[in-house]
Design a protein around this ligand. Structure first.
Ligand SMILES: Cc1cc2nc3c(=O)[nH]c(=O)nc-3n(C[C@H](O)[C@H](O)[C@H](O)COP(=O)(O)OP(=O)(O)OC[C@H]3O[C@@H](n4cnc5c(N)ncnc54)[C@H](O)[C@@H]3O)c2cc1C
Length: 284
């Protein structure tokens, strides 16, 4: 698999393929070496996915790795990295955005068009593809999340390109159809934002960043909130396995200060299960 994709790199130059330690591509700073394929544009991504699918193999899709826990062992499954797919275009209140566009960048570009309404994501170090997959948003009680802004999503389903409406995403708290179908790859999305003056959007961004600076524990690598199900989070503060520990400052937040992926998994399994995570877990 890796060989045939590598040879493709040298024939058409539309992707780069490298053996990369995933710890360099995830915010938890965890993950063993994987074959990471980085397409230069959407057609190259679809071509790679089609080839891998034809060979009957699986693949992982990686955005900015801010919600992913990967094993420290070498991964057999190739990883498609969307970071070069970052086109953004505007038409009135509608935005068409490619999967790899980072959320802070999207919010700032929207502000320049006097559009806003998703400033609560300004502190989220993820891509729009990752955000739609995880239905990123504010806490569960607020009920506010990115997928309420979605008009449609273009995706590759392993065989062909399709367009899903917002309803077809089956969104709930940090869950969507994409988590049930890891072969579905978001290519781009159409969102509707609100007309808001640029200065007001930027004010909201600054206020969000100020708030998260106070409330989020950045004293070590992390991947944001851990569990998508309710637990007695206050009672977990300070619990640890090796160098993985629950933050005493931010509830439902694990810091991995030099921990192994095994230590993280052991800590999670002490208080819950991997099925209860917001995060995606890649074990092979
Ligand atoms: C400091 C910090 C703060 C955070 N704050 C928040 C917050 O306030 N709210 C919140 O909801 N989350 C938060 N998160 C979690 C995370 O940043 C978000 O869920 C983010 O949207 C994930 O995007 P990503 O590109 O990093 O996803 P990745 O970690 O790269 O991927 C996550 C999942 O999405 C899938 N995926 C990625 N791209 C695609 C694609 N194109 N098509 C199909 N599937 C895809 C992956 O396969 C994986 O299953 C935070 C994380 C950190 C580290």
């Amino acid at each position: 698999m890796q060989k045939s994709l590598l040879s493709q790199q040298y024939t058409d130059g539309d992707c780069t393929v490298r053996a990369v330690p995933l710890r360099t591509l995830t915010t938890l700073r965890l993950g063993g070496v994987a074959s990471v394929i980085t397409p230069n544009h959407e057609a190259a991504l679809v071509e790679c996915l089609t080839r891998i699918g034809r060979e009957g193999a699986r693949y992982h899709i990686l955005g900015n790795g801010s919600n992913t826990l990967a094993t420290d062992d070498p991964l057999e499954t190739p990883v498609l990295h969307t970071k070069r797919l970052n086109n953004v275009s505007f038409c009135g209140n509608l935005i068409e955005v490619s999967a790899g566009c980072m959320l802070p960048r999207l919010i700032r570009q929207a502000a320049e068009e006097n559009l806003g309404g998703i400033e609560y994501l300004a502190s989220v170090p993820g891509t729009i593809g990752g955000a739609i997959c995880m239905n990123a948003g504010r806490g569960e009680r607020s009920g506010v999340s990115i997928n309420e802004r979605v008009i449609s999503v273009r995706l590759f389903d392993g065989k062909r390109i399709r367009t899903f409406s917002r309803q077809q995403l089956n969104s709930s708290y940090r869950w969507t159809v994409f988590r049930d179908h890891p072969e579905f790859c978001i290519l781009s999305a159409k969102l509707r934002l609100d007309s808001i003056p640029r200065e007001e959007v930027l004010k909201r961004v600054a206020s969000r960043l100020e708030r998260t600076r106070k409330l989020e524990d950045h004293s070590g690598p992390n991947a944001g909130s851990v569990f998508r199900v309710k637990k007695q989070f206050a009672s977990l503060a300070g619990r640890s396995v090796g160098n993985a520990r629950f933050s005493a400052l931010t509830p439902n937040w694990i810091l991995s200060t030099g921990a192994s992926s095994r230590e993280l998994v052991d800590l999670i399994e002490k208080v819950g299960s991997l099925d209860e995570l917001e995060w995606s877990v890649w074990q092979s």
